[in-house]
Structure formats: structure tokens, C-alpha cells
Ligand binder design. Structure first.
Ligand code: FUB
Length: 339
């Protein structure tokens, strides 16, 4: 299936002001775009949103009832976007019960690895891995989730020294509040406003890319005074949607603030952090969720993100892309998707 995304659509304007990005595809709903360049071509690993009419909306995000993944590909930004069909189906993941949420992918030694969260048969979010010889799949899932994994929104990062790391976590419907010291507490409560906010997680991956090489660690996110965020700092604290990119030798950890809908970023000197808060990458978009990836294509950097332009409904999203600028001092120029 080939969906058109012509240059004219991409460059549609806002009353003659700045270009507003248009959905990359409109034949299906897509969200949480994790983009990568493999062999000079751009691949996007999004969630595939569906209108599951049999599922009622709830505070845990039960209406985000996604059942498969499609990989999108394009030769260049602004070029036609191809939907490569079903890359992985829920029914082919032996351990999973429901809700295929935001995935990510990477390549190592001839194999592509797809990392994805799903609720297991006990309704606990875990992170699975599936492999393929092709970047577009089909992917074959491992029989069990990654041992020691939990919560949602995995993102995989391979550093220049060859080491690979899996970042993950998301509060509220993403269940991170149920995990303390890597132990599951079914009644884990949300933090009170003066408590230190929940922190994202990271673990280095083993050489096989299918298991953790070490216990899961918390990532320290600090404000400009070196202090951790409190829950009441909810316009800056971590909520979900981790991404990491490296720029000029620094590690940029970006994430969504969830209930305040910002995409923020923090900078560190190594993959484990600590990361110091620097500002907003993307202001709130149409719809409740804000989720992204930051990728270099050629000599430019791009932000892949989503909004609900096509549906007006929070759980039926469409992925988009826009250029991202690193300023000379290493900060990122804040993006307002509509101005
Ligand atoms: O797509 C389902 C969830 O919505 C993701 O896991 C979150 O990051 C939010 O975008």
C-alpha cells in the first residue's frame, strides 16, 4: 500500500505563516512514531491506533486497544510514505493479552529488533522483543517478555561504543507507580504533590539484544539547581514517552510530561545520566498524548510526533514530522506545531 504525502501537503501553510506538518498517512491511525534511518532509508515504527468500539474509555487508557504494528517507510522527508502492512500481530505474541502500545526498533548484526510493550495475561505491562531480517518485518516475537522488564514505552539506543540500552516507563495507565526497587506492588499509588516524582528506567541490553545485562536502574532527572523534580512539578517531571539521542557528544533524554502535555528534554554526559532539565522540545499538540522521536536524516534533525488532526479523538492519532533545530549552545529550539 502506498499512501501519498506530497510536498504540497507537507508544506501546507497556516494562513501564510509557518508550514504546518500534515499527517504522514491518513488510511490508518498511527501514533508514537519511533523513526530510524537504516541503509539510508527512513523507517517509522508507530503504534497503530484503532477504534475498538467494544472497549470503553477509562483512566487506565483501556481504549488504547491496539492489536498490531505497521512499519512506515520513506526514502526522504517529504517523499511518499509506504505502509508495509502488518509487521507483528497481538495474536502472534504468546505472552501478551492486550494493548500493543508504543514500540521502537534497532538493527544489529543482520537482525532488526522490535521492542514493544503489551499487557500480559495478568494485565501487567511487560516489554517484549521480536526479530526480523527485514526492517519492515514480519517480526517474530520471543515466547516470553524480556526478563525483569515492566511498564511501557521502550526506546532502544545504541551508543557509538556498540553498547545498547533500553529506556522505558510510564506512569498512570503505564503502571510505573506499581514498581519500586524493581518489585511489583499491585496497589502502588501515585506520588503526592510534595514527593519526588517517579523516574524513568534504563538497563543495558546483553549482546543478544533480548535480555537485560544488568538490573534495571532509575534515571536521575534534575532541575537546573541539581534537585530532583517533585510530583507537583508536573509541567517538567517525567510521565512517559522516553527517547534518547546523542548530539555533539552529549546525551539528550526527552520525554512527555503527560498530564501537562509537554515534550521536554534534559542533557547528560553518559547514557545513564543524570540528565539536567533544559526546556521544552514540543508544546502540547491536539489530543491528550504527546510522544515523539528525534532523528538525524542527512545533515538535518527531525522531530517525529503525532496529534489528532484527522479524528479529533485522543486515541485516534496521526504521525507527523517537522524539522528540529539544535541551537549553537546545544539547546533545542522549542517547537509549536501550529505557529
Ligand atoms: O499509545 C499508547 C500510549 O499513549 C503510549 O504508550 C504513550 O506514550 C501515549 O502516547
Amino acid at each position: 500500500i502506498l499512501m501519498g504525502c506530497s510536498m504540497t501537503a507537507f508544506a501546507q501553510t497556516n494562513g501564510g505563516k509557518n508550514p504546518i506538518s500534515q499527517p504522514l498517512v491518513s488510511h490508518i491511525y498511527t501514533a508514537d512514531p519511533s523513526a530510524h534511518v537504516f541503509n539510508g532509508k527512513i523507517y517509522i515504527y508507530p503504534s497503530h491506533d484503532i477504534d475498538a468500539k467494544d472497549v470503553r474509555e477509562d483512566d487506565e487508557g483501556g481504549h488504547f486497544a491496539m492489536r498490531d504494528y505497521h512499519v512506515l517507510s520513506l526514502d526522504k522527508i517529504g517523499g511518499p510514505v509506504k505502509d508495509n502492512g502488518v509487521a507483528l500481530d497481538l495474536k502472534d505474541v504468546p505472552w501478551a493479552g492486550r494493548q500493543l502500545w508504543a514500540p521502537d526498533a534497532t538493527y544489529k548484526n543482520g537482525t532488526y529488533y522490535l521492542y514493544f510493550p503489551a499487557k500480559d495475561k495478568q494485565d501487567i505491562f511487560r516489554i517484549g522483543v521480536a526479530t526480523s531480517k527485514s526492517p519492515t518485518g514480519p517480526f517474530k516475537a520471543e515466547p516470553e517478555p524480556i526478563k525483569g522488564s515492566y511498564s511501557i514505552d521502550p526506546t532502544v539506543f545504541q551508543d557509538t561504543d556498540g553498547k545498547a540500552y533500553l529506556y522505558f516507563g510510564g506512569i498512570w495507565g503505564g503502571q510505573l507507580q506499581r514498581w519500586d526497587g524493581n518489585q511489583y506492588h499491585p496497589n502502588g499509588a501515585l506520588k503526592k504533590k510534595d514527593e519526588v516524582a517517579y523516574l524513568p528506567r534504563v538497563a543495558r541490553l546483553s549482546d543478544d539484544m533480548k535480555s537485560f545485562a544488568e538490573p534495571v536502574r532509575e534515571i536521575q532527572l534534575l532541575d537546573e539547581h541539581g534537585k530532583p523534580f517533585l510530583e507537583k512539578d508536573n509541567d517538567k517531571r517525567f510521565f512517559e514517552a522516553a527517547w534518547i539521542h546523542k548530539y555533539n557528544g552529549k546525551y539528550y533524554f526527552s520525554y512527555s510530561t503527560g498530564d501537562t502535555h509537554n515534550l521536554c528534554y534534559a542533557i547528560g554526559d553518559n547514557p545513564y545520566g543524570p540528565f539536567t532539565y533544559k526546556g521544552i522540545v514540543l508544546k502540547p499538540v491536539l489530543g491528550w498524548t504527546n510522544h515523539h522521536s528525534i532523528v538525524q536524516v542527512g545533515n538535518k534533525w527531525y522531530l517525529f510526533y503525532h496529534d489528532v488532526q484527522l479524528s479529533g479523538k485522543t486515541h485516534l492519532r496521526n504521525v507527523k514530522v517537522t524539522e528540529l533545530t539544535h541551537n549553537a549552545d546545544g539547546t533545542i529550539k522549542t517547537i509549536d506545531a501550529y505557529n
